[in-house]
Structure formats: structure tokens, C-alpha cells
Ligand binder design. Structure first.
Ligand code: FE2
Ligand code: FE2
Length: 303
């Protein structure tokens, strides 16, 4: 197997920058009440003043690649996108080493979607504007991006049939010996204790997506959306290692879900997930999950 080079990836998600809009009525219309409640909740729980320290820690790691799996904003207003670009500037340096995917909150209003605010702010940090796409992270590791987000009053997503069809074609072109990573804001499956939370804001008609993923063989699945941390192999999709780093700066009510991010190390067939978490006083780092030999059977079939 040729994939002996070490690849280190930082995976962040659900940053949820927020700001009260200057012109809320025009932007939010009927959604104003819900949006105000949402912002008040975010203001209580998302510690934006922690972000510079997160950016600094990510920078210091000098990873080969940084992936942000969506929900950079909260109401997808121009002010929030501007703030996100500025605050995250320290890790949005080299587009070849950074990938940013949209979350449902980055499409919160129809106007944001129509004006393509996400694309206008972050399109440099993806290999294409249209989804899905594939980008190589070195010669033996490939990252595929999916986008099931859509504007609307629900947090549920749908992967359009055309996107799934195209994903099948792109996956078939990836060398069978390569390590495959799929990145998508929406998880397809969650650990049992989070299944109910995911159900209320799930990917709809996920059956076809799961069936396709099952045929991909071994892959990492980088997601977010449910604001908690996990690294698990779904029983019904055991060739997937699903990784959710949780919300980067969300206060933990119980202390059991401290905010932070993942550092993923790929070496040969091995996958090691390190957790970097802010305890409220200092950073803690530990091995969160190890999957020795995970990619050993990478040739299981990508067609
Ligand atoms: Fe989120
Ligand atoms: Fe989300």
C-alpha cells in the first residue's frame, strides 16, 4: 500500500458566530422572533471571545489540512459572514490547505442563499463551487464534499438526487488503495444517545445516501450539526468512522462536552483521533479514538 506518508488534519465545526443584524426586519421578516430567541441562546452559550485562542492553537499545530464542516454563522447575515472571515483569518490562509463546507445556518435565510453569501465569503476554500467535489490531500488521501443544506424553516437537510448521482461517479474515479474522507455538515447516523436529537434535524431521505456510503468501503465521515463530540462506527455502516468534533466554542452545561476540535492523524492504514478541548481553565489534549489498520482494506471497492 502506498499511503505511508503521515497526513494530519484538523477538523472543526459549528463555530456559530453571531451578531444582531443592523437591519433585522428586512433580513429576517417573519423569522425575526425565532431568530432573536436563537441569538439570545447563542449569546449565552457560545463564547466568541474564545475563538482567537482556538485559531491560535490550530495554527500552532501546522496541520496538513484544516476542514471546517459548516455552521460558521448563525443567521447567515452579511455581518456574520464578514465577522467569520475576519475572526477565522488566522486559519484561512492557504486555500490549498483549508476546506470550508456550508451548514444549514449558513443558509438560514433565502436571501443569504440567493445572494450566495457563503460562496462569496468562502468559495476559495473548496475546489469547486458546485457540490459534490473531490480534492486530493497529498497523493493517497482524498476528500469528498457534500452539501445537503437548503434554506427553509426546518433544520433538516436533503441531498439532491443529482448530487448523489455525481458523488457515485466521483467516488468511482478515486484509486481503490487511497484513503477516503467524506465531509458533510449532516451526520447520516448518530450514536444511540444522540439519535433523538439528530432525528429532529436529520438528513431526510438518508436511506439512499447510507446505501451509497455502505458501498464505498472504509471511509472517515467528517460532520457536525449535532453539537456534541463523537467518534463512532455505526453498526449499520461499519466501514464508516463518523467524526463529530462538536461546537468549537460552545460552553458545556455539565462539563462532559467541553468545546474544542479534532486532530486526525493518518499514517499508513492507521487512524488516530486526538481531542483538543478547553476545560474552562486550560487546554487538554488526549487520544480520543484509535483505529489501527482502519484503511488496511481500503480496496474494498469504490464503485
Ligand atoms: Fe450547528
Ligand atoms: Fe447545523
Amino acid at each position: 500500500m502506498g499511503n505511508t506518508r503521515i497526513v494530519r488534519i484538523v477538523h472543526l465545526s459549528d463555530i456559530h458566530l453571531w451578531r444582531f443584524p443592523r437591519n433585522p426586519l428586512a433580513l429576517l421578516g417573519k423569522r425575526l422572533v425565532g431568530a432573536t430567541e436563537l441569538l439570545l441562546g447563542r449569546a449565552r452559550r457560545f463564547e466568541l471571545d474564545r475563538l482567537p485562542a482556538v485559531v491560535e492553537r490550530v495554527r500552532a499545530l501546522q496541520a496538513d489540512h484544516v476542514v471546517i464542516t459548516g455552521d460558521l454563522t448563525t443567521l447567515a447575515t452579511p455581518e456574520e459572514f464578514h465577522l467569520a472571515r475576519r475572526v477565522l483569518g488566522g486559519i484561512l490562509g492557504d486555500p490549498a490547505r483549508t476546506t470550508v463546507l456550508p451548514g444549514n445556518h449558513d443558509r438560514y435565510t433565502r436571501m443569504a442563499t440567493r445572494l450566495r453569501l457563503f460562496e462569496r465569503t468562502f468559495s476559495a476554500f473548496a475546489p469547486a463551487v458546485e457540490y459534490p467535489w473531490v480534492r486530493a490531500l497529498g497523493s493517497d488521501t482524498y476528500l469528498m464534499g457534500l452539501d445537503p443544506t437548503r434554506p427553509g424553516l426546518t433544520a433538516q437537510g436533503v441531498l439532491p438526487a443529482a448530487q448523489l448521482a455525481r458523488a457515485r461517479v466521483l467516488a468511482a474515479a478515486i484509486p481503490p488503495s487511497a484513503r477516503l474522507i467524506v465531509a458533510c455538515h449532516y451526520p447520516v447516523l448518530a450514536p444511540e444517545e444522540h439519535a433523538r436529537e439528530l432525528a429532529s434535524k436529520a438528513l431526510r431521505r438518508a436511506g439512499g445516501v447510507i446505501e451509497w456510503l455502505r458501498g464505498l468501503g472504509r471511509h472517515l465521515y467528517l460532520c457536525g450539526h449535532v453539537h456534541t463530540t463523537w467518534a463512532f462506527r455505526p453498526r449499520s455502516l461499519e466501514d464508516q468512522l463518523s467524526l463529530n468534533p462538536g461546537a468549537a466554542v460552545m460552553k458545556s452545561r455539565t462539563g462532559r462536552n467541553p468545546p474544542g476540535f479534532f486532530e486526525i492523524t493518518l499514517q499508513g492504514p492507521d487512524v488516530v483521533i486526538a481531542r483538543h478541548a478547553w476545560t474552562g481553565h486550560d487546554w487538554k489534549q488526549w487520544i480520543y479514538r484509535e483505529e489501527r489498520g482502519f484503511f488496511a482494506g481500503a480496496a474494498a471497492g469504490k464503485d
